[in-house]
Design a binder for this molecule. Structure first.
Ligand code: AMP
Length: 527
């Protein structure tokens, strides 16, 4: 036996990835998942039956094997969970795609992922048809009726296709908004999903896991899977929201006795502003965890007034996705009021450092620096991008977050900004460089600078200052429309101003603070 196969991380074991089989063996008749749209309610045994048949379809129907990729373009629905569990069993890699992206953006991802199959929901038929798949790849439509997919899966053998897998084997390819012009595709090994689930259960002292969870996060981000997985681990109950809807969320909390849900700040704002909020019964709700973006005290307030504590968690796809959480003591509501602005401290199995961005040396407590994290739930790099991986995964296994943080005297950490230009709009990462590349592709655009400007609802929204080529005629609105054809809606600049020039820093880089002022002042001609 060589050293690699002796290492636990590389030793294939039968439990790795078999979330549905293991849970079904332990609590087969317990309710596992409810899908409100279809009224389908399934036990862990039934969920595993579906996963086995879906795995049978992948292996025998499509001829897929360990390491092959399948793309998923659906909202949150049972078939997405079936594929997650089936990929877990077989070693096929699941690559969920965001339906918020434009066809051009998705095609870039699909080209890099090179899937052997694309599973898409019928409502995304046009978007799916615009995607260019590798030769020989299969397109499979999932609809709410009895489509071909369902027939084939039902006809597949229910024999378990579970294969021994190593914790280091890849499980998911997850794309996230980046800090450069091209989106990142994170390689997420089984180890990451196992360990992050363990870390959530351990850190919360078992409070998170066996709950009745309302899944609000979309399953094209890792946060969605990282909600399902620990709940599944602990035998909890998941109510799948096909897509986030505040009124439906309130109804489900009441009807299903939801005890916990995770949300980005904007979702909490929508829920609190919903006409149903004042009359909704929230008595079963034990807590809410926010993630993905900062959450302001004023957003938490309506929930605290109703007796529901709200705490922040923090992390990134590359390192967690959960790395920090605030774990309350005996007075959760008071603690939400006092410590709502902190992300708590690092989770049980996460080490962290706050370092100087240049020297990477730790800064003293109370000073601001970049957060580095290290844990068994580190990702395994960006797909086919060793140089980019090297910048994110530093010596000693530290993941460079790019987030600026500060630790107080109690050991609580606050996120105070970013070391780079990335900003977050409604929980979605936006890379100014990526948007700038798209604006620069417009024939009339000479130079472009994109920044995030404050927005009460989304936290930040993109805005652009653009210098037009000599002799070219274009309006700010035309540039906006151009961007809308190329980019996901959340990346399209809300405001475009035409400028005579872009301000530069002494080092010759775009001075984004001054660009922001330029945009707020309307530039040469406001769009
Ligand atoms: P993603 O990898 O897409 O989940 O995005 C991770 C990024 O979201 C982090 O690097 C942070 O910039 C941001 N983020 C996540 N949680 C928080 C939080 N509680 N406060 C501030 N920013 C957050």
């Amino acid at each position: 036996m060589d050293e690699r196969s002796l290492c636990y991380d590389h030793l294939p074991m039968e439990w790795v990835g078999d979330w549905s089989g293991r849970r079904a063996a332990i609590t087969p008749e317990r309710p596992a998942v409810f899908e409100p749209e279809s009224g389908r309610r399934l036990t862990f045994r039934e969920m595993d039956g579906r996963a086995c048949r879906t795995a049978g379809f992948l292996v025998h129907g499509l001829g897929l094997a360990k390491g092959d990729r399948v793309c998923l373009l659906t909202r949150n629905r049972l078939e997405a969970l079936d594929l997650y569990f089936a990929c877990g069993k077989t070693g096929v890699i699941l690559a969920p795609l965001s339906y918020r992206l434009a066809a051009r953006e998705l095609n870039d991802l699909v080209r890099r992922i090179a899937p052997r199959a694309l599973f898409h929901e019928a409502c995304f038929g046009d978007l799916a048809a615009a995607l260019v798949l590798p030769e020989g790849a299969t397109r499979i439509e999932i609809d709410d009726g009895r489509g071909r997919y369902l027939e084939e899966v039902e006809a597949a053998s229910a024999a378990d296709e579970n294969r021994p897998l190593a914790p280091a084997d890849p499980f998911l390819y997850v794309h996230t908004g980046g800090t450069t012009a091209t989106p990142k595709i994170c390689v997420v090994p089984h180890r990451q999903m196992v360990w992050n689930a363990v870390d959530i259960l351990a850190t919360s002292g078992g409070a998170l896991g066996p709950q009745r969870e309302l899944l609000t996060f979309p399953l094209f981000h890792i946060g969605g899977w990282n909600t399902v997985t620990p709940v599944y681990y602990a035998g909890g109950y998941t109510v799948l929201m096909r897509a986030f809807d505040p009124a439906a969320a309130l109804e489900l909390i009441e009807a299903e006795g939801i005890t916990h849900f995770g949300a980005v700040e904007a979702m909490l704002q929508f829920i609190a502003a919903d006409p149903g909020f004042p009359g909704a019964d929230l008595t079963t709700l034990e807590s809410i965890t926010t993630a993905g973006a900062p959450c302001a005290a004023r957003t938490m307030q309506p929930f605290l007034e109703r007796g529901v504590p709200v705490h922040q968690s923090y992390g990134l796809t590359e390192a967690g996705p959960s790395n920090f959480m605030y774990v309350p003591g005996d007075a959760p509501l008071d603690e939400s009021r006092t410590y709502g602005d902190t992300i708590g401290t690092s989770m049980f199995h996460t080490d962290y450092r706050i370092v100087d961005p240049e020297s990477l040396e730790p800064v003293p407590a109370g000073e601001t620096g970049v957060l580095l994290m290290r844990s068994p739930h580190n990702f395994d790099g960006y797909l086919d991008e060793p140089e980019r991986t090297e910048k994110a995964l530093l010596d000693g296994g530290w993941v460079y977050s790019g987030d600026l943080g500060r630790r107080d005297g109690y050991g609580l950490v606050r996120i105070v900004g970013r070391a780079d230009n990335m900003f977050i709009s409604g929980g979605e990462n936006v890379s100014p460089e990526e948007v700038e590349q798209v604006l620069l592709a417009h024939p009339a655009v000479e130079r472009a600078a994109v920044v995030g400007i404050d927005d009460a609802r989304w936290g930040w929204v993109p805005a652009a200052a653009v210098v037009v080529r000599d002799g070219a005629e274009v309006t700010a609105e035309e540039i906006r429309r151009w961007a809308a054809g190329e980019l996901a809606k959340f990346k399209v600049p809300r405001r475009v101003v035409l400028a005579d020039d872009l301000p530069l820093t002494g080092a010759g880089k775009i001075d984004r603070n001054t660009v922001k002022e330029q945009i707020m002042n309307g530039g040469r001609q406001d769009g």
